[in-house]
Design a protein around this ligand. Structure first.
Ligand code: NI
Length: 267
């Protein structure tokens, strides 16, 4: 539990550091008397023994979290070539769920496979969950490779440029007192001058599916490529409201909604 607490607080601090809009949005919510409880956080990685879901799974389970889905029920994003699962605390619902996706890069074209193999060859050891709080990227980045990757997979380009870090945190709308729907949250976010991801409509999911979500467009950050600086999309803030399905608050995710939310880091 102490390890889990360390991980979550380091991840949150790192995320606020690298996502200035999230820092500002949290402050704005605070001015309205709202306290932020996170519904989930999301990590992106590559499908490989050194850094994939299975490696992280063992570590999250050692921290007291439960893997929510049997492998047959895992989420698959066939177009983006992603697979995902999530971890949750068995008793404490105020602890954010951890959603982990991995890129099935072997199903993508040769150039993507080559660059992913290059990234993996630079890992000096297996990944530790704390690496996601340190922006771990033990490889140099090149502009040509970044842009070539992005043509095939925005997700691959994101991991290549930014390394292992938290992709987003998600405000639990169920825990807000005044902004009691995603619609109201979106209204505030726009009034505060931030942009929402409108891909597939600003609101993803329906109460009947158990989960309604929206997200901002990713912040941008200037990175040092070998050839010089370039500004790229980084991380975004998400908002989620859960509804009862069959008498229980739904705790899962909706792949078709998540698919559109992945577009929040589109260049
Ligand atoms: Ni999310």
């Amino acid at each position: 539990m102490r390890d889990l607490g360390n991980f979550l607080s380091s991840a949150w601090d790192n995320y606020l550091d690298t996502t200035p809009q999230a820092m500002q949005i949290v402050r704005r919510f605070g001015e309205q008397g709202e306290k932020i409880i996170n519904d989930h956080i999301a990590l992106r990685t590559l499908s490989h023994a050194s850094c994939g879901i299975e490696t992280l799974s063992a570590q999250f389970e050692a921290m007291g979290l439960t893997r929510a889905l049997a492998s047959k029920d895992e989420y698959h994003f066939s177009e983006k070539k992603l697979r995902a699962t999530y971890f949750h605390h068995p008793t404490d619902s105020s602890i954010p769920k951890i959603f982990v996706s991995e890129l099935l890069f072997k199903q993508l074209p040769g150039p993507v496979q080559e660059t992913c193999e290059f990234m993996l060859s630079k890992l000096p050891r297996s990944i530790q969950v704390m690496d996601f709080t340190q922006n771990w990227r033990p490889w140099d980045i090149h502009k040509a490779q970044y842009h070539r990757l992005a043509k095939f997979s925005e997700y691959a380009a994101w991991v290549y440029a930014l390394g292992f870090r938290v992709n987003h945190f998600t405000v639990s709308v169920n825990h807000l007192k005044k902004a009691t729907s995603v619609e109201l949250v979106n209204k505030w976010i726009k009034e505060w001058g931030f942009s929402l991801n409108e891909e597939g409509g600003a609101i993803k999911g329906t109460p009947l599916q158990g989960l309604v979500q929206s997200s901002t467009l990713a912040d941008r950050m200037t990175l040092h490529f070998k050839e010089g600086q370039e500004t790229v999309p980084t991380c975004y803030f998400e908002f989620a409201q859960r509804f009862e399905l069959g008498g229980r608050l739904y705790q899962g995710f909706i792949p078709s909604s998540a698919d559109k939310i992945f577009e929040s880091t589109k260049r």
